[in-house]
Design a protein around this ligand. Structure first.
Ligand code: 13P
Ligand code: SF4
Length: 372
């Protein structure tokens, strides 16, 4: 069958998809997947809701899903149930190239949107003029492909929450300082993990084009932290850690490193969504866990491991990722049925020049070990 080229904007779904019952959508998704067989692989990030995760051939964190982009070389299509930067990464890494489809193109990441290429170029001009050329850039994988290309071109690499410590060590072997964007919290938490004192960390405000920090940090910073954050993880607080420890004696607190350093230093464990999932899966029956990450994952772990107690660190004040939630059974059904009909919709494609340098940075990311 000849496939029509994808158009790169989000279509309005036909009303019939919203009128279909849950059961009907599930039946149609199953049928479309069966018809496509090995030609399609469905990847699901841990924050996806259960109605989506049940259709994923593979699930994982950003690092694992990057590797899984090549899990089925025979597949012509990768349907990525996650957010935009993850689909872009799969497009760059898929070899041989395949059509990567994001069921809803408006599923972005508000943290990734906190760093734009012009802001990064302005920061680079300012920082290299002030500190000289010995700066290595690292971008968290939660960023646009253009930023990944920038770090590839400037001797840096991409990191994920799974391998941030190895990536930072890699960069500091090659330069005196690191510019880390867009997540200040992952940058700070990773710096502390490697023994870099907070007094050697400066901040960069991308909106004002301004370096911030005390005199000692500004004089000779090892780490320069972009002022981006995840609004989901920034809601976790030290007071919540103290409360849960008082209410549940013996509880273990496990959080994602996108939480602030004040929260991470009080937690027992900090790590990626894969590490959180694995740790709870392997924990002894009867153990208690307060988890500081997105609520869909926490609720799934609580349902899966009924022999353990798993609660959200934020209690009733739940923290969903609204963009991850945009991937709905309606959208999944629609993209799969279009593939069956010979139409690729919602393809995410990175242009060739950006792809080249972004791949350099992503290959470096895959060359340093994950911490899980
Ligand atoms: P992980 O790579 O740990 O899954 O994190 C991705 C993410 O967006 C967390 O907010
Ligand atoms: Fe982005 Fe935060 Fe959502 Fe992760 S949880 S995808 S960092 S907005």
């Amino acid at each position: 069958m000849t496939y029509l080229p994808a158009d790169m904007y989000q279509h309005q779904l036909p009303e019939a998809y919203f009128e279909a019952s849950e059961e009907e959508l599930a039946r149609r998704i199953q049928q479309a997947k069966a018809e496509l067989g090995q030609r399609v692989v469905v990847l699901g990030h841990h924050y996806q809701r259960d109605e989506i995760i049940r259709w994923a051939d593979f699930t994982g964190d950003s690092y694992k899903l990057s590797k899984l982009a090549n899990s089925r070389p025979e597949a012509e299509f990768i349907v990525f149930c996650g957010v935009h930067f993850m689909a872009e990464t799969a497009d760059i890494l898929s070899d041989p190239p395949r059509a990567v489809i994001l069921p809803d193109l408006s599923a972005g990441c508000s943290m990734a949107d906190m760093a734009e290429i012009q802001q990064v170029e302005d920061a680079w001009t300012l920082l290299t003029a002030r500190y000289g050329p010995e700066i290595v850039p690292i971008t968290y994988i939660n960023s646009a492909a253009s930023l990944k290309a920038f770090v590839g071109q400037h001797g840096g690499l991409v990191c994920t929450s799974s391998n941030a410590a190895s990536a930072l060590a890699w960069a500091l072997e090659r330069g005196k300082r690191v510019l880390f964007f867009p997540d200040q919290h992952l940058g700070r938490n990773t710096g502390v993990k490697l023994g870099i004192p907070l007094t050697k960390m400066a901040n960069y405000n991308q909106y004002r084009g301004e370096l911030l920090g005390d005199d000692a940090a500004l004089a000779d910073p090892t780490l320069i932290l972009w002022q981006g954050h995840c609004s989901v993880h920034q809601k976790f607080t030290p007071a919540q850690v103290e409360r849960v420890r008082a209410e549940m004696p013996g509880v273990k607190v496990i959080v994602h490193p996108e939480c602030s350093h004040d929260v991470v230093r009080l937690a027992d464990i900090a790590g990626s969504t894969e590490l959180i999932s694995k740790t709870i899966a392997e924990a002894p029956a009867g153990s208690q866990w307060a988890v500081g990450t997105e609520i869909n994952l926490v609720s799934r772990l609580a349902r899966q491991y009924t022999d353990k107690t798993v609660v959200s660190l934020s209690g009733a004040n739940v923290c969903p990722c609204s963009t991850m939630y945009r991937i709905s059974p309606q959208h999944l059904c629609w993209v799969l049925e279009n593939l069956v009909a010979g139409q690729v919709v919602n393809q995410v494609r990175v242009d060739n020049e950006t792809r080249h340098w972004a791949k350099v940075a992503l290959d470096r990311m895959l060359s340093v070990p994950a911490n899980v």
